[in-house]
Design a protein around this ligand. Structure first.
Ligand SMILES: [Zn+2]
Length: 464
């Protein structure tokens, strides 16, 4: 599930995080180094799980629950923020939560802020902003700009855009929820949790942890703790509300807890390496989540035969789990067996209730690797299908451009390259490729019109 710009290394070592928005990733060849460089993590399984956490809460809050885009921010600190239809959540927040309920509580609190109209002006601003710009804001514009020299051009561009385009103001005002707004959001959160039959204990645990951590000197400051002030009386009030609920003792279903455990082990394996995954697995070595972690670490650290055997055992235990099939596909790709990988990804696509575009793109990549004209045609169909559901997947466009190129359809390849640059925020390059595509297209055909849109696009706050 880890896609990056195509190269021999990328082919051999497909991994977990896709830099979906920045233009290029320095291919470092090691997972951990890469993990530090990508601000956005793309993963079908985690995105689907967090969406499943959010959906009932959003419904209870009267917010649009369909098409919520989950943006996983690769940062170890705790943060979660909703902007329009995008829910930004740090991997650090997911890692720190032992139960789904802890994350669901935080999402309920966020939903309370939205339903209460808090920070509406900022929200409107962010709703229009590109995902990268918001991430720059959430991580701190300064950090992104500082990192720009060693990082990709796309990322640098995003950082500078933020600094120049009022991002610093947004950064400051994000830190400004009022105490009364916090109380309101807490009360609303309890309402949504009650409406969905869930406990508020997870939220209380998370917020309680922030409060106790305040006394630690030198500890990393979580952005969430700064933006959501936690005076002592807030926790006390929240505790009363939580304990009044008829659902206070309700725990997450075993199936949901299992998905949560699998997610945490996956994040640990990909972001923290073997040791981090082992720490989680030690708690319950026989669990399916631990077996999953074991299969992933085998895959990541080069024991492909072992990884395949372990993944096959997982598939036997849960034949309908699309992500076990996805892992099987990843392993087979790394083992240079694209035909078998394509079969595994095809199964993953057919089993995935969330219909993730990422899985279709992976399937398309395996078809491309098979390399026959028929498989290339099929690859184009699959990748287009995936991108149709996941417009901002810049890496997907790169694969699409390559597939078109290998088929000799150069205008379509140029347009796909233009799209990839466009969604990376590299507008100048996007325009160059859009113009190149147009020269070989019929005026007014759909591709020509899309190219024209890219040529005409003016990033907000900048003159064309
Ligand atoms: Zn808050």
């Amino acid at each position: 599930m880890f896609s990056r710009p195509k190269s021999t290394i990328a082919r051999a070592a497909r991994a977990f995080a896709t830099l979906s928005l920045a233009a290029t990733v320095a291919v470092t060849g090691t997972i951990s180094a890469l993990a530090q460089n990508v601000p956005v993590v793309r993963d079908a399984e985690i995105e689907a799980l967090v969406r499943d956490y959010a959906r009932p809460i959003f419904r209870a809050a009267g917010l649009p629950e369909d098409g919520v885009d989950i943006v996983l921010v690769n940062d170890q600190s705790f943060n979660a923020f909703v902007a329009g239809s995008r829910l930004f959540i740090n991997t650090g927040a997911l890692m720190s939560a032992e139960t789904p309920n802890e994350i669901i509580g935080v999402i309920a609190h966020e939903a309370g802020h939205i339903a209460g109209g808090h920070q509406q002006k900022l929200r409107n601003q962010l709703e229009r902003a590109k995902t990268m710009a918001i991430i720059a804001t959430l991580l701190g514009a300064g950090a992104i700009v500082a990192g720009a020299t060693t990082k990709s051009r796309g990322l640098a561009g995003a950082g500078m855009g933020v600094a120049a385009g009022g991002g610093e103001m947004a950064q400051r005002s994000i830190l400004a929820y009022q105490r009364t707004e916090e109380m309101t959001a807490d009360r609303s959160a309890i309402t949504y949790l009650n409406a969905t039959g869930q406990s508020g204990l997870g939220m209380l645990k998370t917020f309680g942890r922030f409060q106790s951590a305040l006394s630690l000197s030198g500890a990393q400051v979580d952005p969430y703790r700064i933006s959501h002030p936690l005076p002592r009386e807030r926790i006390a009030n929240l505790e009363v509300l939580v304990k009044q609920s008829p659902y206070v003792d309700k725990v997450d279903t075993p199936a949901l807890q299992q998905r949560h455990d699998m997610m945490r082990i996956k994040i640990a394996a990909y972001m923290g390496g073997k040791a981090a995954a082992s720490r989680l697995m030690r708690k319950n070595p026989a669990s399916l989540a631990s077996q999953y972690g074991d299969a992933q670490t085998s895959y990541l650290f080069g024991d492909l035969a072992g990884a395949l055997a372990k993944t096959n055992a997982l598939i036997k235990a849960q034949p309908k789990n699309p992500y076990f099939q996805e892992l099987r596909g990843d392993i087979l790709m790394k083992a240079n067996r694209p035909k078998a990988a394509a079969e595994a990804y095809a199964k993953a696509v057919s089993l995935d209730p969330a219909r993730s575009g990422l899985l279709s793109v992976s399937y398309g990549q395996a078809l491309m690797a098979i390399g026959t004209p028929e498989s290339l045609e099929k690859a184009v169909v699959q990748i287009n299908k995936g991108l149709g559901r996941d417009r901002e997947n810049a890496v997907g466009y790169r694969h699409l451009a390559q597939a078109y190129g290998e088929l000799g359809n150069i205008p379509a390849a140029d347009l796909a390259t233009a799209e990839g640059h466009f969604y990376s925020g590299a507008y100048k390059d996007a325009k160059i490729f859009a113009m190149r595509a147009q020269m070989k297209m019929k005026r007014g055909e759909p591709g020509w019109i899309r190219a024209q849109d890219i040529i005409n696009y003016a990033p907000s706050g900048k003159k064309k």
